[in-house]
Design a protein around this ligand. Sequence first.
Ligand SMILES: [Zn+2]
Ligand SMILES: [Zn+2]
Length: 174
Amino acid sequence: MTQEYIDGLLALAIAQARAVNIPISRDICPQVRLNRRARTRFGCCVRQGGTYTIELSDRLARQGEERAILQVLCHEVLHTCYGCSNHGARWRGYAQRMNDAYGYQIRRTDNYSQLGIQDDRPVRYWVVCRQCARRIPRMKRSPLVDHPERYRCPCGGTLRVEEGGAPYPENGKV
Ligand SMILES: [Zn+2]
Ligand SMILES: [Zn+2]
């Protein structure tokens, strides 16, 4: 897993939340901070000044299925909403909206049973921002791949789709 890949998934999590009108912060650092310390939690949302940084467990980034990584990123992104620094009713309502829209199972806590399998399916499509060139990896067709015009990059740019094909390089080696 490369930093670019994880950052692409964060961009997707942000785009998905915005697409269902969840008022997440406009000030989320586009780069996920991979946390290499041994931790029991998989993700963390850190606020410094007015900016939010999403942290992800390095172990999850390396070993988790894409779906599990996305779900944790979505969980953390929801913490950037007003009044959502905890897992109160407002946060749970947004989590439910994401679950209903995308089939996630965002919960207050996660456990290792849903993680642990490396996803080595090829990247079939890259959703690319025309403005900032950010690249979102997709393994199969989806509403985003079929209708990129309905979504926006976190930077506000419009999106286009590129055919992928080659398996995604493991450990970032090409
Ligand atoms: Zn949380
Ligand atoms: Zn962009």
